[in-house]
Design a protein around this ligand. Structure first.
Ligand code: PLP
Length: 472
C-alpha cells in the first residue's frame, strides 16, 4: 500500500465509503420532504441556534460526517424555502429536474471555462444558446454567456456596449481605456433597477452622467421624454419593473434608437421570460431590436441559484470586452465559455438551465410563466376585496404592490405578515409610499396558496388594527 499521510488517507476513505455523500443526500431528502410545506421563515429558536457556528477556526482536521450533521442540524432549520408561499423580492423556486441535474453536475465539479476542461459543459452551452434564441425569437447569431445572475449580465452587457460605441468612434477601449475617450451618453430612466446603477458605475460611466428620463405611473419610461439619441448613446431599458412588473415600450423605442446608432440594453432579469410565452409575449414586443439582454435563470425560470445569462447580438463586442482579444472569432477557433463571461473558472451553470428547458419544453415554459401571472392576478383580486389593502399596480406580469392607509400601518402589517410565517412578502417604496411587494415567482404556487396567503394578510391587518385600537 502507498504510504499516505493521515489527512489524505482519511479523504480517500471518505471517497471510498461515500458515507459522507449518503449522509448529505439523506439530509437533503429530509429537507425536500418539508420544503414545499413548511414555515416560510426560520423560527426564533432556529435563528438563535446559529450561534452554534460561532467558534474559532479548528486547529486540527475534523470528522466529515459530523460536519455534515452539524450543518443539517442547525443550518437546515435556518434556511428560507422559496416555495409556493414565498413572495419576497423576486426569488424563484427550483424545478425538480433542474435541481437534480445541478446535483449531478456538482459531483462532476466541472470548470466551465474551456471545452478542454469540460466537453459536456461546452456542448450544453451551445445547445442552450440556440434554444434561447429560438425561444425568445432572437437572431441566430445572438450569443449567450452563463453568469452568476443579472447583475453580472448587466455589467457584461455594458462593457460590450462601451466597446462597440467607442470602437465606432475609432477608440479601442480595451487598449486605450476610458481616460481621454470620446464621451458616451448613458440614457435610462428613474425606475431602473439598482443593479444597473451599479453596472454603470463599475463600467466607468459614472452614475452622475446618467441622462434620466421620467416614467409614467406604472414605472415605464415615457418614450416622448427621451432626449435625442445618437451613435454615442447607451440606452438602458427594462423588461419587468421590480415593483410593478411593468415593461418599457420597446416597440415604440428600440427600432428608431437602433437606427440612430444607439446601443440598447434591456434588463429583463425576471421579465424577459414573458417573451418566451405565447400569451404574454406582447409585453416584450419590439425587444428584438435591442443589442443586449440580461436575464436570470434563478428567478421566473426557477433554476436553482447562481444562474444568469447575458445575451448579446454583437458577439465581437461582447468577446472583445470580456476576453483579452476577439481574435479567436477570426481564426474560427472553438467557442470557449470564458469568452462570454467576466469570469474564467466557473461552475457548469448551464446544466441547470439546460435541464429546466429540456424538462419544460416550450409549452412548459409558456404554462409555468403564465400560471405565475394568473396567480399574481388572483392575489391582487383577493387583496382588492380585503379590508385595509389597496392594490397599486396593474398586474401585467407576476408582481403585485399593495399598501394600507398609511406608511406606518403598511409597515406594521408587513411585519405581522412576516411574523405569522404563513407566507412571506417584503417591502418596497412606490411613488414615495411604503408598500408591500408580492412576487409570484414559483412553479409551486397554487390557488390554495394564494387563498391562504390572502387570509394571512387579512389576519395580519386585523391583528395590527386590534393592537392599535387596544393601545389608542
Ligand atoms: C433581480 C434583478 C436584478 C439583479 O439580478 P441578480 O440575479 O440578483 O443579480 C436586476 N434587474 C432586475 C429588474 C431584477 O429584478
Amino acid at each position: 500500500m502507498n504510504k499516505k499521510n493521515t489527512l489524505q488517507a482519511a479523504m480517500f476513505a471518505e471517497m471510498q465509503s461515500k458515507n459522507l455523500f449518503r449522509k448529505a443526500k439523506n439530509h437533503a431528502f429530509d429537507y425536500l420532504e418539508g420544503a414545499f410545506d413548511r414555515n416560510i421563515f426560520p423560527t426564533e429558536t432556529a435563528l438563535k441556534n446559529l450561534e452554534k457556528f460561532e467558534e474559532p477556526m479548528p486547529q486540527e482536521a475534523g470528522n466529515g460526517e459530523a460536519i455534515i450533521d452539524l450543518l443539517h442540524e442547525y443550518g437546515t432549520p435556518a434556511t428560507v424555502p422559496y416555495n409556493g408561499r414565498y413572495f419576497g423580492f423576486v426569488n424563484g423556486s427550483m424545478i425538480p429536474t433542474s435541481l437534480a441535474a445541478k446535483n449531478l453536475s456538482i459531483y462532476w465539479d466541472q470548470n466551465a471555462a474551456m471545452q478542454v476542461m469540460s466537453p459536456i459543459t461546452a456542448k450544453l452551452e451551445i445547445v442552450v444558446q440556440n434554444w434561447l434564441n429560438e425561444l425568445f425569437g432572437l437572431p441566430k447569431h445572438t450569443v449567450a454567456g452563463f453568469v452568476s445572475g443579472t447583475s453580472m449580465a448587466n455589467l457584461a452587457a455594458l462593457t460590450a456596449a462601451r466597446f462597440r460605441l467607442l470602437k465606432n468612434k475609432g477608440w479601442d477601449v480595451t487598449e486605450q481605456g476610458l481616460f481621454g475617450a470620446p464621451k458616451i451618453r448613458v440614457v435610462t430612466h428613474t425606475h431602473i433597477h439598482s443593479s444597473i446603477l451599479k453596472a454603470i458605475s463599475l463600467a466607468g460611466f459614472g452614475k452622475g452622467n446618467i441622462e434620466s428620463v421620467d416614467c409614467d405611473e406604472h414605472g415605464r419610461i415615457i418614450p416622448e421624454n427621451l432626449p435625442a439619441l445618437d451613435d454615442s448613446t447607451l440606452l438602458i431599458l427594462q423588461a419587468g419593473n421590480v415593483n410593478s412588473g411593468a415593461y418599457d415600450n420597446f416597440d415604440a423605442i428600440c427600432k428608431t434608437a437602433k437606427e440612430k446608432g444607439a446601443w440598447i440594453h434591456i434588463d429583463g432579469a425576471f421579465g424577459l421570460w414573458a417573451g418566451a410565452t405565447k400569451r404574454l409575449k406582447h409585453l416584450t414586443k419590439g425587444f428584438e431590436h435591442a443589442h443586449s439582454y440580461a436575464v436570470d435563470g434563478h428567478k421566473t425560470l426557477n433554476t436553482p441559484y447562481d444562474s444568469g445569462i447575458i445575451l448579446c447580438q454583437d458577439e465581437e463586442a461582447l468577446v472583445s470586452a470580456l476576453h483579452t482579444s476577439a481574435s479567436y472569432l477570426e481564426s474560427n477557433q472553438q467557442r470557449e465559455g470564458m469568452y462570454y463571461t467576466p469570469e474564467m473558472s466557473k461552475r457548469a451553470r448551464v446544466v441547470e438551465i439546460w435541464a429546466a428547458l429540456k424538462y419544460l419544453g416550450k409549452d412548459g415554459v409558456d404554462e409555468m410563466i403564465f400560471e405565475m401571472h394568473e396567480r399574481a392576478k388572483e392575489f391582487a383580486a383577493g387583496l382588492a376585496k380585503t379590508d385595509g389593502f389597496e392594490v397599486l399596480n396593474e398586474v401585467v406580469y407576476n408582481q403585485v404592490i399593495v399598501q394600507c392607509e398609511s406608511d406606518e400601518l403598511t409597515l406594521a402589517v408587513m411585519d405581522k405578515i412576516q411574523e405569522l410565517r404563513e407566507c412571506w412578502a417584503g417591502g418596497s417604496v412606490w411613488n414615495g409610499r411604503k408598500v408591500i411587494r408580492i412576487s409570484v415567482c414559483s412553479w409551486a404556487t397554487t390557488s390554495e396558496d394564494i387563498q391562504r396567503s390572502v387570509a394571512s394578510f387579512e389576519k395580519a391587518y386585523q391583528l395590527v388594527i386590534g393592537q392599535l385600537t387596544a393601545i389608542g
